[in-house]
Design a protein around this ligand. Structure first.
Ligand code: ADP
Ligand code: ZN
Ligand code: ZN
Length: 755
């Protein structure tokens, strides 16, 4: 009977519901812990604590979500061991966001925590911003997945570098590792190191030297501003879509709206799609608002990032400018969130948690009763549709501020060029135009699209592109020991690759890409005295490289800038009058359903870099498929026309915005296991579906994804056309958990996300 009393030790006291750090998705939930009397004051929602976990009661970190008063059985519940944070760094809003991220992206609580807290706070260390020293800087490579087979130390480093860069010294100090650990990660290709050691000099002005009343809005800008002001001052959360052509002065409207928000005591956030755009944008906002503006992006050093985080948290900076991760900035009392170039794919996280900035911004605006302002010259299909059906207010700016027309765009048929014996990457007319610009002292921009790893197959003789007969999307080439195959990434249809065009029987078939470096060299051969600036991932790795590059281009120290999509968007150089676009076909046939949308947007954006000042601009678009309607509409800069065409296709083939897409990825080092498990997952999922009221779903695949194995793992994918609804997410979540406990998945990893 003694035994019995032992088991029933009912105690009056407080318990906390806690998410624990090391949990896998399958057992990631809130666990109850007793709060010892002496910690009662310190344990509160949003603080991290140490708790004993699992059979061995190992001490791990956890985040407190709730605290409850009541009774508990002391023999069934463990006690919190200690408190980590001196204060609650995660406020109630962020706690809600963490729950939202878990429910909507199938991540663990702690994955979401990592995304919200800056690394220094994550580890509980106090690092003050480092002064301008010369240091080697490391950051995560732009890969989609971090490999599984890391040592615990390597893992700590990788996690600490989520959304940030750091000097080797900082990271070693923070994670308690030796530099060798970091060097190894660089060797493995997981981290990238800055080629040069660079000082941390901040060039932004600290005091506001401009007044917003200086900005005189044009009549159409003023009209848009007035409508948006009404939304801003509404007592409810609102969403506006500003569709404004390139150079129409969207930024001027943002500045005025931010001024309005500040006047009524609120704060503001301006998000841009690329790090390369932050120097320009922060300089503008610092110019008007001085130190009231803070910047957050993944290229900041840890010290700087922490300092900015603190300024925002304390309320001394009430305007945040930044890229994707800045959406989590600890701003209070938000009045407006602007997402500029809202259709850009960089707003989607490619790592767990796989969220879209727009969704997080919506959650935040909803909570703060704030206005979300989406802006672009080429809105996403989804947002434009939402505006058309009245969910968002649609506002338009159809004229350039300068009064100039948009640049004329000429499509150049590269098949013809090759037939005429021109084997280079530049058409004759583009070379002539470049020459004339050099003579006039006007600047030129050359865009080279290199997005996507997969090559599509295009016939040089007739321009025919191999398409999937079922989905109408371009097929991509995959090399394997059994020969090259063409595969459709959507339905999985496979076809043998023949080195001959099916339409015209020509043997001139092309599946290669060209690098920016080669283009730069080729250009230099044509124009030996031209000053050429190359901007791509390789040349801009070092801190401050964007600023230096763009500043000197802006100061006319260069004649021609050659670059990848990072030069295509948002930049404002009045002396650029010529734009050349090379190899746009790569983008058109990138092998997924957004290929056309992305291409249309890219062309519109880059063309929009020309003729922004008082001189008119012109653009040349080189392609092997000159008659393609997407290129034609892009050349005419007819967004509406494109939207309507694309809408018809998406509706007919059932792609977003007419459905949501959820991808389930199964990886394993043994290919057969991955393949088998992917079929097993489809079965588990379909069974789970049967237990609820029918919801419409189409399951595509499984399909092998990518070329062979990545990091030694084979990947198989299921694609679900569905509606992202609570019942769907529930079934998916349950299926993911069942798979974890299923023998067929013993060595597999299963992940799901919405695309
Ligand atoms: P968008 O973002 O719409 O492509 P920008 O906001 O970069 O265009 O504006 C294009 C150019 O016009 C910039 O150089 C900007 O300074 C200028 N501009 C736009 N509106 C005004 C205004 N109301 N007053 C003065 N300059 C303006
Ligand atoms: Zn052909
Ligand atoms: Zn297909």
């Amino acid at each position: 009977m003694d035994n019995h009393t032992n088991q029933e030790q009912v105690i009056k006291g407080k318990t906390a519901q806690i998410a624990v750090e090391k949990a896998l998705y399958s057992f990631d939930r809130l666990y109850s812990y007793a709060i010892p009397y002496e910690l009662e004051d310190a344990v509160e929602p949003g603080r991290r604590v140490l708790v004993p976990f699992g059979r061995g009661s190992r001490k791990i970190a956890g985040l407190v979500f709730n605290v409850q008063n009541g009774e508990y059985n002391a023999t069934e519940i463990k006690k919190i061991s200690d408190v980590i944070d001196e204060e609650a760094y995660i406020n109630p809003e962020m706690l809600e966001l963490i729950k939202w991220l878990k429910a909507n992206t199938f991540c663990t609580y702690y994955n979401a925590v990592r995304c919200i807290l800056p690394p220094v706070l994550r580890s509980g260390t106090n690092l003050s911003p480092l002064k301008g020293k010369t240091e080697k800087i490391v950051r995560l490579c732009e890969t989609e997945e971090i490999p599984e087979n890391l040592t615990p130390k390597q893992k700590t480093v990788v996690e600490a570098l989520e959304n940030t860069s750091a000097s080797v010294k900082e990271i070693c100090y923070l994670c308690g590792v030796t530099p060798a650990v970091v060097t190894n990660l660089v060797k493995k290709g997981i981290l990238q190191e800055s080629a040069q050691e660079v000082a941390l000099n901040e060039t932004e002005p600290e005091i506001a030297d401009r007044d917003i009343d200086e900005i005189i809005l044009t009549e159409s800008q003023a009209g848009v501003f007035e409508s948006l002001k009404t939304l801003l001052n509404s007592s409810e959360a609102k969403c506006g879509l500003l569709h404004g052509i390139t150079g129409s002065g969207k930024t001027s409207v943002f500045i005025k709206l931010v001024g309005e928000a500040l006047k009524s005591g609120k704060s503001a956030m301006i998000l841009v799609p690329e790090i390369s755009l932050t120097p320009q944008t922060i300089a503008i906002f610092k110019g008007f608002f001085g130190d009231n503006a803070a910047v957050i992006h993944s290229g900041l050093s840890m010290g700087k990032r922490t300092a900015e985080y603190k300024r925002i948290r304390e309320g001394s900076a009430r305007i945040v400018v930044g890229t994707r991760s800045a959406v989590f900035a600890p701003l209070e009392n938000i009045g407006i969130i602007v997402i500029d170039e809202e259709g850009e794919h960089t707003y989607k996280s490619e790592r767990s948690p796989r969220y879209h900035v727009r969704d997080i911004a919506k959650q935040r605006c909803f909570r703060h009763k704030a206005m979300l302002l989406l802006a672009s010259a080429t809105p996403s299909m989804e947002s434009y549709r939402n505006a058309r059906i009245g969910k968002y207010s649609l506002l338009e700016l159809n004229e350039r501020y300068s009064g100039n027309a948009l640049p004329d765009v000429r499509i150049i048929d590269m098949k013809l060029e090759q037939a005429m014996g021109n084997k280079g990457n530049f058409s004759r007319i583009l070379l002539e135009q470049l020459k004339s610009n050099l003579e006039k002292g006007e600047q030129s921009l050359i865009l080279l699209n290199r997005r996507g790893f997969h090559t599509f197959i295009c016939c040089i003789a007739c321009g025919e592109v191999a398409m999937c007969p079922h989905c109408g999307v371009p097929m991509t080439a995959h090399k394997s020991p059994y020969g090259t195959k063409l595969s459709c990434h959507y339905c999985g249809y496979l076809k043998k690759y023949t080195e001959q065009c099916e339409k015209c029987n020509s043997r001139f078939i092309r599946q290669t890409g060209t690098g920016t470096q080669r283009i730069e060299e080729e250009l230099q051969e044509y124009f030996p005295s031209a000053r050429i600036l190359r901007m791509d991932a390789d040349t801009t790795m070092t801190k401050g490289a964007y600023e230096r590059g763009f500043n000197s281009f802006g100061n006319r120290e260069y004649d021609i800038m050659v670059g990848t999509q990072m030069v295509a968007k948002g930049l404002d150089f009045p002396n650029v009058t010529l734009v050349g676009i090379l190899l746009i076909d790569n983008s058109l046939y990138a092998g997924d359903y957004v290929g056309y949308e992305r291409t249309f947007s890219l062309i519109t954006q880059v063309v929009g870099r020309a003729g922004r000042g008082d001189k008119k601009g012109r653009a040349f678009l080189q392609t092997f498929t000159p008659e393609h309607y997407v290129l034609r509409l892009a050349a005419e800069q007819d967004y509406r026309g494109f939207y309507l065409e694309e809408e018809t296709i998406r509706q007919a083939l059932l792609f977003p915005p007419f459905c949501d897409l959820c991808v389930v990825e199964i990886c394993d080092v043994v290919e057969q296991n991955a393949a088998g498990a992917s079929f097993a997952f489809a079965e588990i999922f379909e069974n789970a579906l049967k237990s609820i009221n029918p919801i419409p779903i189409r399951i595509l695949g499984p399909v092998k994804s990518g070329v062979g194995s990545i990091n030694g793992r084979f990947r198989y994918r299921l694609m679900l056309k569905c509606k992202n609804s609570p019942p769907f997410r529930d079934v998916m979540s349950k299926s993911l958990i069942s798979a974890h406990y299923d023998k067929r998945f013993e060595y597999c990893k299963v992940n799901a996300w919405f695309v």
